[in-house]
Design a protein. Structure first.
Length: 604
């Protein structure tokens, strides 16, 4: 379900940013909560660079606008603020919001002090952690974390932070609630975080100005959600650009304007996106999503001949057994050659490392068992490997909303005026693996470079820097060579076969997660994974010997959430989608050759 083109791939990966994020509760209203007994104060810092003369307030009615009665302060030259007369309960329930005003707020970045060019809004999620100095830090990146929770309220703060870090390509030890301006220079990650933050702040400001001009009466909360959702969609591209741009050539405004642009040219599309952002999301359960009819997903895909076809699937609850409930998953395709929904069989297998070694695991939902937990979550366990993940669900009431905005850009076309009927619901699912998961593609591997290698310990010498042999292809026109011996060393990367040496180096190590089973773990720079590789850039790259042959695969790490890239729907919603399905064809009518799922470029 995570490697969304299709839901089955979540089960396949047993644990990524949807194309259109569905926003959480918005709107105005009177101040709730209020300042009551047990009042205290909270101090912190606002950083893009340090923002001076920015307005900070505790957003008691969750509308991202300063309302009478909300505790407020103005930042000093060093970005610091103190909110007085706040309660612990209100801090736990509501976000702290920052308004940077055009020409009023001053951004102190390095040796320069510049009034901000466009008004923008920052925030930090409710119950945000304090840094070691006891400060609540508010930055463009805490704004992204807050957005993750708003659009998917089942996420805890730490989980939302992990999602953003994964898309940024920074280490798990790098805190996004730290003062990165202060820490800049202490590590490459904080240098990167600082630059990405500048890009994000600029992008929010640019797009706020553009949307205000195109839709002057739009709800501010909805505007911010639409913009931040687009920032999240482009975060991997932003991080990639920052990684590959030298410090002397770095320009936040240039990167922002070339990566994050909410479409304001079509007023209908813009209004649809704003309406979608206003749809309330609430904590739900996997059991609710399954219901009695199951839940559905739909995608537009390309076969191995690059012809378009459409696919949908349905996951249903099966019988209760000794280890939990069974699940069933059925797939249907619709092609130009056969323009009707036809049942297909999928056998997308992979090898996963279990306590007993490499086991072939089917990727279908029927390959494991499900247990419903008392807190509304569910635990899914693959039978072959024993690996499990916890599934959480946010529910969006889509009744009365237009269908189009809730289907990702790459999915099937629908009648433009079609709306969901009463009772229609959409579900956003999150998957958190309980242990590290090592998997190897089970299909035929076309990488001939690996054919002569029997064990991963041979890889450093076979593909050695300075050697006469070729490099190891690991992606699209992308190869690697190694230095070092034994169990660790460095990696150099090239475009093609050493035609162009790339600037950023990586590292490799040989580990043994299970006694007797070595795994070669390759640390590929995030920018190169995003640009050249088949797999999702948030996953680690591995090699292992399975059945006497060394093959490539991936590792997903415990407790790092992955979210379904698209939405799933209840039967009422899906019936409306199907009734308004209007397929188009942009390629010759040929019989589709469905791709092997493991070799498809993956996008979370």
């Amino acid at each position: 379900m995570i490697d969304r083109c299709t839901l089955r791939k979540v089960f396949c990966m047993v644990a990524a940013l949807g194309t259109f994020a569905v926003a959480g509760c918005g709107g105005g209203g009177g101040v709730s909560g209020g300042v009551s007994g047990g009042s205290t104060s909270v101090s912190g810092v606002v950083a893009d660079g340090y923002l001076e003369k920015a307005t900070v307030f505790l957003d008691l009615n969750d509308d991202k606008q300063l309302t009478a009665g909300e505790p407020t302060a103005v930042t000093k030259a060093d970005g610091t603020y103190t909110l007085e007369n706040v309660t612990a309960a209100d801090l736990k329930a509501h976000a702290i919001v920052v308004i940077a005003e055009k020409t009023v707020t001053i951004n102190h970045e390095g040796n320069t002090s510049t009034p901000v060019a466009d008004k923008y809004i920052l925030s930090t999620p409710p119950d945000a952690p304090k840094n070691p100095e006891g400060k609540v830090v508010i930055t463009p990146l805490t704004t992204l974390i807050h957005n993750q929770i708003e659009t998917n309220p089942v996420l805890k703060v730490a989980e939302a932070e992990a999602v953003v870090k994964s898309n940024l390509g920074v280490a798990t030890a790098t805190s996004l609630f730290e003062d990165f301006v202060q820490k800049k220079g202490a590590s490459a990650d904080y240098d990167k975080v600082s630059k990405v933050a500048q890009v994000v702040a600029t992008a929010i400001g640019n797009n706020m100005t553009a949307i205000k001009a195109a839709a002057p009466t739009a709800n501010l909360n909805d505007v911010i959600k639409v913009i931040v959702a687009e920032v999240v969609n482009q975060l991997t591209t932003i991080a990639n650009t920052v990684d590959t741009t030298s410090t002397s050539n770095f320009n936040a405004a240039t990167i922002a304007t070339t990566t994050v642009n909410v479409d304001t040219t079509n007023s209908t599309t813009l209004q649809q996106n704003l309406t979608q952002a206003s749809a309330p999301a609430a904590v739900s359960s996997f059991q609710t999503a399954l219901g009695t009819d199951g839940f559905f997903w739909i995608d537009r895909r390309n076969d191995n001949m690059q012809s378009v076809y459409y696919e949908y699937g349905v996951v249903k609850l099966g019988a209760l057994g000794a280890s939990g409930y069974a699940l069933t998953e059925d797939y249907f395709v619709y092609t130009a050659l056969n323009p009707t929904w036809a049942v297909v069989t999928r056998n997308d297998n992979s090898y996963v490392l279990s306590k007993d070694g490499w086991k072939l695991a089917n990727d279908n939902a029927s390959a494991g068992t499900l247990v419903f937990n008392a807190d509304g979550t569910a635990t899914w366990t693959i039978t072959a490997s024993g690996e499990s993940e916890v599934i959480t669900v946010s529910k969006i009431n889509v009744a009365g909303k237009l269908i189009g905005p809730f289907i990702t850009k790459d999915n099937a076309p629908f009648n433009a005026d079609a709306a969901f009927p009463a009772g229609a619901e959409a579900y956003k699912m999150t998957f958190v693996p309980k242990s590290d998961r090592y998997s190897i593609w089970a299909g035929n591997d076309s990488n001939t470079s690996l054919m002569a290698i029997k064990t991963v310990s041979d890889m450093p010498s076979t593909f050695a820097v300075g050697g006469t042999g070729m490099g190891l292809y690991i992606g699209r026109d992308f190869s690697v060579k190694f230095t070092g011996t034994g169990t660790s060393g460095a990696a150099q990367f090239y475009v093609g076969q050493q035609q162009q040496l790339l600037a950023i180096t990586g590292a490799w190590k040989i580990v043994e997660p299970v006694a007797g089973y070595q795994v070669f773990v390759l640390d590929v720079p995030f920018a190169y994974k995003a640009q050249y590789m088949y797999d999702n850039p948030s996953r680690g790259v591995i090699f292992a010997s399975v059945n006497g042959a060394v093959k490539q695969g991936s590792v997903e790490y415990a407790n790092v959430p992955r979210m379904d890239g698209g939405l799933n729907f209840n039967k009422i919603a899906f019936d409306a989608i199907n009734a308004n399905f209007t397929p188009t064809w942009s390629s010759p009518v040929v019989s589709p050759v469905l791709p092997a799922a493991k070799r498809v470029a993956r996008k979370m």
